[in-house]
Design a protein around this ligand. Sequence first.
Ligand code: PMP
Length: 423
Amino acid sequence: MEANATPRDRAASHDLADIRAQFPILEREVNGRPLVYLDSAASAQQPQRVIDRIERYCREQHANVHRGAHALSVEATEAFEGARQLVAGHVGVSDPAEIVFTRGTTESVNLVAASWGAANVGAGDEIVLTKMEHHSNIVPWQLLARRTGAVLRYVDVTPDGRLDLDDYARLLGPRTRLVGVTHVSNGLGTINPVVEITELAHDAGALVLVDGAQAAPHLMVDTHAIGCDFYAFSGHKMCGPTGIGALWARRELLEGMEPYQGGGEMISEVTLEGSKWAEIPHKFEAGTPNIAGAVGFGEAVAFLSDVGHDRLAAHEDEIIAYALERLSAVPGVTLYGPRENRTSVFSFTLGDIHPHDLSTILDQGGIAIRAGHHCNQPLMDHMGVSATARASFYLYNTRAEVDALIDGLGMAARVFGGVSSTE
Ligand code: PMP
């Protein structure tokens, strides 16, 4: 803490120390240096209470869920369904039956493409996506298009990393069945105007799927306020475990959709001739679910709720401002994505140093960043790069960790030499 820190700065720093203390992994060293974890957009770390909750479930409460008459099964079911309620609350949903547990955002999108898509998209119909979508909101639609003869259209991205809304309006038409858009770009940090995008899509008679993988961890999400039809997100990006996520959709939509997979749990009756489906959301949850994962996911959203959105947002604003200021001042750094209306995901290159080399050098100093195409190959092509380095921050990161990143970049520039002016 600097000598001229105000009492408010001191309180904030106390607060951050308190949050950091809840994440045991932050105490470890990597390559002999304190871990500086700047890869939360790929997967966030888990606080002790999430780890404890999963452990307590495994140690004391584990049994298969639903229909069990014994005490443990009842307890496991209560924990599982309680988690669904918590997850629903996190995205402003009051009816937990509208939350389908999936393996994550990827499976949520695949579910919609396979189930809703197969019934509602035919040859010549159009699906509008954007050039900044993660592969998981492109490839399932390509599979559907291949099966049905539907046509995919992609909204352009402006040089400052925003969606070109004029291009979007032009792409919408009478054949548009669905618009798929990421709420926050994992490659650029851009927060997209999903309310406006949804209104325009609905005016054109199309439904809207929002990929919330990068938004649900950072923003106050209210699916009803957005007005969209489907919202997909992942537990592991919001302090929960991997292998669990959710799809939200309006009740009547889910009720009208065919199951995604068949098996146990998703039926009400099976005969050799045919079957009847269980009520939503179980109709979409074939087989024994990831119970421990769901319970951990529920605890993660309870943790985020206890931290409080205001604290989260204030910290995020501070980190964004500081990281932007410091990164922009590094000679040779090219920063991608907008300066405003963004989250704390920063994609950049440093001179002509390959992002993988940059990441390797930083790792020697205990600094974890990601390098590559970030499952954003069409976006990278659009930006004319094959890869970027990406530093992503979350509620436990400090200004000192921004400084560590900047020092690491300085060291990389010295090691590789020849970093000239911005390119
Ligand atoms: N969409 C976006 C914007 C993402 O950042 C990610 C994860 N990188 C995904 C979708 C896929 O999430 P998951 O791997 O958890 O299914």
